[in-house]
Ligand binder design. Structure first.
Ligand code: PBG
Length: 349
């Protein structure tokens, strides 16, 4: 009988194995994990994690006043949609079997308080209504709930007299934004502004006004990241400076767990870690303790890097995409926001 594995390398004495290229081994391992990698069928049976189209969410951009979709130089293959092309692309995504879409709006006019965000006919709310109508029965329609696309200064909240982001005044704006988004029929609101108390503030007004079924996806551990660069082109960001007083310091792991724990206590239905690839440890920490589903956002810079390297012939594009998304799943994400959602879903089917 073979003794139970000890986890350390064991060897057995005995005659040399028959087929060797070097005239016979001098060492014969007893534990041979490679046995489980011998054939494609073996590898497939024993793979620990799989991707499924349903686990993917497609982030989309809709641009006010656009009659045609606009290509984005820093994100090849990603478009700022017109209302028509938004509907078409969402239908294509739904037909590919993905689980959800997440919408960002690009307004024509911005002001200090981000008025467009709370206008029922503002570009984001109009786009959400179109998505709910077009694909709302097939996929989860998610919104971005944040002011940065709508403020002329580009910050995620409103500013006080000293020009600092005013946390508590911003919460009131988020509450109004949440009600406007819930009224569109959006199923899940994505709170991405990193203001303290934002989940509780939004949950309170949703419940007060009868939107008890509208769920909250909390961007809990959202880091101040260089990997958002291409996204800022996509939403034509006007930001001067940075977001370091509200988004997290990339050095902090413990704090990621703290942010997620606070959002859970405030009533988050899903918690998220963002970006994905550089924060897999934080994702694993959150997934370990979260009683609710955990999401991760493979952000614009992660997309752009792989596209750029693949375009240069430096990496195998499809394998790199699959591996990058699978790695996020393995680290603990129940679902993943990725700009490749539709294409990847097509490969997985
Ligand atoms: C803020 C928001 C950002 C992203 C999603 N929501 C940008 C930021 O915080 O500066 C980035 C997404 C990406 O890079 O793909 N509303």
């Amino acid at each position: 009988m073979t003794p139970p594995s000890t986890g350390s390398t064991r060897t057995a004495a005995g005659p040399p194995a028959g087929r060797t290229g070097t005239g016979g081994p001098t060492v014969r391992p007893v534990d041979r994990p490679r046995r489980l990698r011998t054939t494609p069928a073996m590898r497939s049976l024993l793979s620990e994690h799989r991707l499924h189209p349903r686990d993917l969410v497609l982030p989309m951009f809709v641009k006010e006043g656009a009659s045609e979709p606009v290509a984005l130089g820093s994100m090849p293959g990603v478009l700022q949609h017109s209302m028509d092309s938004l509907r078409r692309a969402a239908t294509e995504a739904a037909e590919a079997g993905i689980g959800g879409v997440m919408l960002f709006g690009v307004p024509e006019v911005r002001d200090a308080v981000g008025s467009c965000a709370t206008d029922p006919d503002g570009i984001l709310n109009a786009g959400l209504r179109a998505l709910v109508e077009e694909v709302g029965d097939a996929v989860v329609v998610m919104s971005d709930l944040c002011l940065d696309e709508f403020t002329d200064h580009g910050h995620c909240g409103v500013l006080d007299d000293a020009g600092r982001v005013d946390n508590d005044a911003t919460l009131v704006r988020y509450q109004d934004m949440a009600l406007a988004q819930a009224a569109t029929g959006a199923h899940m609101l994505g709170l991405s502004g990193m203001m303290d108390g934002q989940v509780a503030a939004v949950r309170e007004v949703l419940d007060r006004d009868g939107y008890t079924d509208t769920s909250v996806l909390a961007y809990s551990a959202k880091y101040s990241s260089a990997f958002y660069g291409p996204f800022r082109d996509a939403v034509e960001s006007t930001l001067q400076g940075d977001r370091r007083t509200y988004q997290m310091d990339p050095a902090n792991r413990r704090e990621g767990l703290r942010e997620a724990t606070l959002d859970l206590a405030e009533g988050a239905d899903v918690v998220m870690v963002k970006p994905a690839m550089s924060y897999l440890d934080v994702l694993a920490d959150v997934a370990e303790v979260s009683p609710v589903p955990v999401a991760a956002y493979q952000v614009s810079g992660e997309y752009a890097m792989i596209e750029a390297a693949a375009a240069n012939g430096w990496i195998d594009r499809r394998r790199a995409i699959e591996e990058s998304v699978l790695g996020v799943r393995r680290a603990g994400a129940d679902f993943i926001l990725t700009y490749w959602a539709t294409e990847l879903a097509g490969w997985l089917r």
